[in-house]
Design a protein around this ligand. Sequence first.
Ligand code: UDX
Ligand code: ADP
Length: 474
Amino acid sequence: MMISPAKSICCIGAGYVGGPTMAVIADRCPDIEVTVVDLNEDRITAWNDPDLTKLPIYEPGLDAVIARARGRNLFFSTSVSEAISSADMVFISVNTPTKKKGIGAGQASDLRWVEACARQVVECAKGHTVVIEKSTLPVRTAAAIKAILDIPQRQPNSGEPSPTFSVLSNPEFLAEGTAIRDLEQPDRVLIGGEDKDAVEALAAIYSNWVPTNKILRTKLWSSELSKLTANAFLAQRISSINSVAALCEATGADVREVALAIGTDRRIGSEFLHAGPGFGGSCFKKDILNLVYLCHHFNLPEVANYWNQVVALNAWQQNRIADLVVQTLFGTVTGKRLAILGFAFKADTNDTRESPAIRIAHDLLEEGAQLAIHDPKVAPEQISVDLQKKPCHPLSDLKGEGTWHFSTTIEDAVQGVDAVLILTEWEQYRNLNWLKLASLMRAPAWVFDTRSVVTPTEIADAGLRVWRLGEGSE
Ligand code: UDX
Ligand code: ADP
């Protein structure tokens, strides 16, 4: 079927993917009306807030894009049905978390929100509609979406023509913190689909700002699988370098030097070789577990075990950091004050999903520590949800119950602490005045740097002990 250029786009899901992606499409394609819809009223209200510091997600550069496009050809709304009816393209960008119960619990993606979207699309769409999977989905989900879309909806003789659909996969590769740059200058745009006209209609949108040679067209299944595979490969590199970091600590080597040495090999490349407290974020763990589930489903247990190990090593990395802190602080942190600098899963985002800080803080609370947590973008309410514990000002006795409170300044966080743990690589943690901070801490005090942001000599000059991930202590 010949498909004319898209005039109106609807995106279902105004989250970390849907919001920024649609903002950039609207910004770059002023002739296309883009409506982002969500059931979550608070989220939509925040997207519409005139105060751009109140947008529901923090992403460098997002405010400027929103300021240009919002109200012109970019709209945020809770009227899902209306937006679907008037769209010739519908992006599905809803959450696909790991299933918590039932078949595939702990591994498979929960597709209930995707299915609900497909059902709503089939009910509300008019004419021919291109439905695009933006959320990361298991291979062959498009077949399920297509099956739902193919259910005849309109009564025969109702006078209204039945809607028709093409399904495409167009996974998003943006990383949080660099979302706007990744969307404006992507390494590639991937479009999977069998309907050539639909593929070209979507490619035409991206060609407004993406060079033609970066727009890849593939089979539907290849596109779905490429997204899972890309995330699995990236996460695998992190688990690989983290495993080497542990070996470096044991042998006296330095993981930064090893990463530099291997990264200069063109075949290996230098990116994604930063050892750290383990990967977090909404994608890596979920997508690998999903891959593992698919492998089991297709009776490939060896392949499943191979990828599962990437996740297992990541959990081990997070656990071993908390253990190491306890061991270093004379085997106990009960009643001790510790500062945690950084709670987001990485710098330049307020997202805490799967953040290594959650597991590390949780383990230290279990040991009875009193944590002062600082993060420039994460709200204390979010930390409370993540730790499943309300904040409370530190107690000074040794009753053994772990407590935490939020510190708005680094000086406040380090008051009286025995150790500082740096868990997120925020820029502001790179140039701290350790001489001044050391005077606020309780000697002998430690700095545990899991992100390689400090200069060890500066810490030592301030009279503090330092432990760096992948190197150990001096
Ligand atoms: C990732 C993919 O990069 C992106 O392409 C995909 O669309 C979504 O998942 P994101 O989770 O936003 O993006 O962030 P990313 O920069 O990939 O970092 C993920 C985690 O790995 C973070 O916790 C980060 O700190 C950690 N990481 C990354 C390392 O520990 N070392 C590295 O060298 C790189
Ligand atoms: P991601 O990181 O993939 O963008 P998020 O969880 O940040 O995921 O966002 C997904 C959004 O999709 C949420 O705001 C959620 O309310 C929305 N959503 C889920 N199901 C539906 C639906 N059927 N209709 C509209 N919005 C939905």
